[in-house]
Ligand binder design. Structure first.
Ligand code: AMP
Length: 462
């Protein structure tokens, strides 16, 4: 087995790695570090959880520590698809570079330009950025990328999903042709292949096994659930989620709960809180400081349940997550691998439970063929529990629910509901009279849109 000391890393880096408690390099590290140190381009096909961040950060620090900074010009650049991932790379950089004098700037949205400008003006060795923010800085005339000797593209497949490929191409063109490129992607979609063929020169290709599919640390299970009525499905799923949490007892110290849509993320978080569970949402519509605060709370153990969308949680490295609950079956099988990979990290055991309604069974089949195993069926823990009395007004199907497979991050909006005779009656505010469903002041000609009532997220979050 290769040792860190055999890879050619700077002694200061080796000492920081030792402090971090790493004993042996992971396969992506053993494969990528030596060619990177020789100055070669690297194409790493690996996902989070494999140790890929260190596989580019450690050689980068070693190479930068040898050279000398040219005044004010960043010498290396790391691009990550989301703010959280960029922040995570920056944290890793701080750990591995702590014994060197190298400096970095984290350029992400949601933070004022002023602070970032000041850092750039002072001169930094490493820029860690999301593509959009980097180009914003460039266009403001604040940044020159002509000194970049090493460029890292992390999670290229996610960049593709998020529409960042044109930005990446532009950034490649702003850096010197002679730069070294370290490029990482979990998959090699044709568009990714095209980019690597265009911008990488004779790269050393390293492919490592999917961490999550081979991980025996993660116990998996799925509950096949058919709602008592289609229009009660969302609500009953929330009750089932609570029952699953309860059935795990104290073993469930904390969990990430994945939903396919942002609206659902909000509703599930709200509903859990309503039932006394300590939960908060995280998705792309929340502002950066709020997302950071929520993540910090989850990392520190002050928040037990993090309700998340795929984009917001992709690649997050929180080592001690005991459980992942898939409130929805992801419609892209790969997302299942990413989701459950949030637990069972760093050698710990984890558990991943999923709720699957009849409509989603086709996605379950796709997941099982991707991970090449059957996900064990788990009995519905609600079976023996007394069912909650349905309220007088049955929960109508939110309009957006019919799009349960829409994984795009659209702005959260209130689910709509068709009117029922007593809807909103206890709250007032309706255009309708309370007793006979007639709209006052409109005679007999009432436009149809006035006959619809709207359900607030609060109401939907039972
Ligand atoms: P990554 O794939 O970069 O997201 O890393 C996943 C996790 O593995 C992080 O918590 C790292 O701190 C940890 N890690 C990275 N390299 C090693 C190693 N060689 N030994 C043990 N843990 C590691």
């Amino acid at each position: 087995m290769t040792k860190f000391s055999e890879l050619g890393l700077d002694p200061k880096v080796l000492s920081a790695v030792e402090d971090a408690g790493y004993e042996t390099p992971t396969p992506i590290q053993a494969g990528a570090i030596p060619p990177a140190l020789q100055g070669r381009d690297v194409l790493g096909i690996a996902q989070t959880g494999t140790g890929k961040t260190a596989s580019f950060t450690l050689p980068m620090i070693t190479m930068l520590a040898k050279g000398r900074a040219r005044a004010r010009m960043p010498r290396s650049l790391v691009l990550a698809p989301t703010r959280e991932l960029a922040a995570q790379v920056a944290e890793n950089f701080d750990i591995y570079a702590k014994k060197t004098k190298l400096t970095k700037a984290l350029l992400i949205g949601g933070v004022s330009f002023k602070e970032q400008d000041a850092l750039i003006d002072r001169g930094v060795d490493v820029l860690i950025a999301t593509p959009g923010r980097l180009l914003d800085h460039f266009e403001r005339g604040k940044l020159l990328l002509t000194g970049v000797q090493i460029m890292v593209v992390d999670e290229a497949d996610r960049m593709l999903d998020m529409g960042f490929i044109p930005d990446i191409e532009r950034i490649f063109q702003l850096t010197p042709f002679t730069r070294q490129t370290l490029f990482f992607s979990a998959t090699m979609a044709p568009e990714i292949e095209r980019i690597t063929n265009t911008f990488l020169s004779n790269p050393e290709k390293i492919e490592v096994a999917r961490a999550a599919t081979t991980s025996e640390n993660i116990e998996q299970g799925v509950v096949l659930y058919k709602a008592s009525r289609k229009d009660r499905q969302a609500k009953e799923k929330r009750a089932l989620l609570r029952a699953l949490i309860e059935s795990e007892g104290e073993a469930c110290t904390n969990a990430i709960i994945f939903c396919n849509r942002k609206t659902e993320v909000d509703i599930v978080a709200k509903s859990l809180n309503k039932y006394g569970y300590n939960a908060a949402p995280i998705h792309g519509d929340l502002d950066q400081s709020q997302r950071m605060k929520t993540l910090e709370g989850f990392r520190d153990g002050n928040l037990r349940f993090l309700c998340a969308s795929d984009v917001a949680a992709r690649g997050l490295d929180i080592p001690n997550v005991s459980h992942v609950f898939n409130f929805d079956v992801p419609s892209h099988a790969e997302d299942y691998v990413h989701r459950i990979g949030r637990t069972g990290r760093a050698g710990r055991k984890g558990k991943a439970l999923m709720i699957c309604v009849p409509n989603d069974e086709k996605y379950l089949t796709a997941i099982e063929s991707l991970v090449k195993q059957e996900i064990p069926r788990v009995e519905n823990p609600m079976k023996d529990l007394p069912q909650e009395e349905p309220k007088a007004k049955p929960e109508s199907k939110p309009k957006s629910e019919s799009r349960s497979n829409d994984r795009s991050e659209k702005p959260a909006r209130e689910p709509q509901q068709k009117s029922s005779s007593n809807s909103r009656s206890s709250r007032g505010g309706s255009y309708k009279s309370r007793d006979n469903n007639r709209v006052m002041g409109m005679g007999d000609h009432v436009p149809a849109f006035l006959m619809r009532s709207f359900k607030t997220t609060e109401e939907a979050a039972d």
